[in-house]
Design a protein around this ligand. Structure first.
Ligand code: AMP
Length: 213
C-alpha cells in the first residue's frame, strides 16, 4: 500500500497516518517528524531547517527531496506519506523517485476541515517530550493537566503551534500545498476526499471505506 495523506496542519494526518501504518504494516513517513528529529540532534539539516519551521514557512524543496529519497528507497513494504509532498516541485520530485523505484501510488487521500476547526485543534495540541505521546487539551486531555499519562513528564506545545505561526502555516497550505489536489487529478492519480473534521474513529472508518471501494 502506497498512500499520500494530503491536508492542512491539524487536520489529523499524523494520527490517521499512524493508524494506517499499523493496520497495513507500512512505514509512516512524516517529513515534519524527520525534520524535528534533525533539529533535536543538531544535524546540518536540522540547523538549516529550524528557522523556516519556527516561522511557519516551508523548508526548501531540495533539502526535503534528499530526505525523502533516503527513506523511501528502503520502505519496501509500502508507505503512507504525511506532510510530503507540500509543493508542486516536491510532487514532481516524488514522481521521478517513484519512476526510478518502479512503483505507483495507490491513493492520494485528501483530508479537509474548516480553518476554524484546525486552529482550535492545533491550539490544544500538546506532546510529551520524553515518550512522544500526543494529547489535545480540548478533545483528548491527559488525566492530570499538562502531564503525560504514560510517563509522567510535563507536556509541551510545539514551537510552531503558537497562534501567529499557525495562521502563517495555514496560508502556506492554501497557497502552496492545496494546489497539489489539482496536480494529482490532472495527472490521473486516484484522489479521494475525506472529511477530516470528524472524530478520529469516524475519519479512520471513512478512509477504510474509501480504500476498500
Ligand atoms: P508538520 O509536522 O508536517 O506540520 O511540519 C512542520 C514544519 O516542518 C512545517 O511547517 C515546515 O516548516 C516543515 N516541513 C515539514 N514537511 C515539509 C515539506 N514536505 N516541505 C517543506 N517543509 C516541510
Amino acid at each position: 500500500m502506497r498512500l499520500i495523506l494530503l491536508g492542512a496542519p491539524g487536520v489529523g494526518k499524523g494520527t490517521q497516518g499512524a493508524l494506517l501504518a499499523e493496520r497495513f504494516g507500512i512505514e509512516r513517513v512524516s517529513t515534519g517528524d524527520l525534520l524535528r528529529d534533525a533539529v533535536r540532534r543538531g544535524t546540518p539539516l536540522g540547523r538549516n531547517a529550524k528557522r523556516y519551521m519556527d516561522a511557519g514557512e516551508l523548508v526548501p524543496d531540495p533539502l526535503i527531496l534528499d530526505l525523502v529519497r533516503e527513506v523511501l528507497s528502503t520502505a519496501d513494504s509500502g508507505f503512507v506519506l504525511d506532510g510530503f509532498p507540500r509543493t508542486i516541485p516536491q510532487a514532481e520530485g516524488l514522481d521521478e523517485l517513484l519512476g526510478e523505484l518502479s512503483i505507483a501510488l495507490d491513493a492520494v487521500m485528501v483530508l479537509e476541515a474548516p480553518d476554524e476547526v484546525l486552529i482550535k485543534r492545533i491550539s490544544g495540541r500538546r506532546s510529551c517530550p520524553r515518550c512522544g505521546a500526543v494529547y489535545n487539551i480540548h478533545f483528548e486531555p491527559p488525566a492530570a493537566p499538562e502531564v503525560c499519562d504514560r510517563c509522567g513528564t510535563e507536556l509541551v506545545q510545539r514551537a510552531d503551534d503558537d497562534a501567529d505561526t499557525v495562521v502563517r502555516r495555514l496560508e502556506v497550505y492554501h497557497a502552496q500545498t492545496r494546489p497539489l489536489v489539482d496536480y494529482y487529478e490532472r495527472t490521473g492519480r486516484p484522489v479521494r476526499q475525506v472529511d477530516g473534521g470528524q472524530p478520529v474513529d469516524t475519519v479512520q472508518d471513512s478512509i477504510s471505506a474509501v480504500l476498500a471501494a
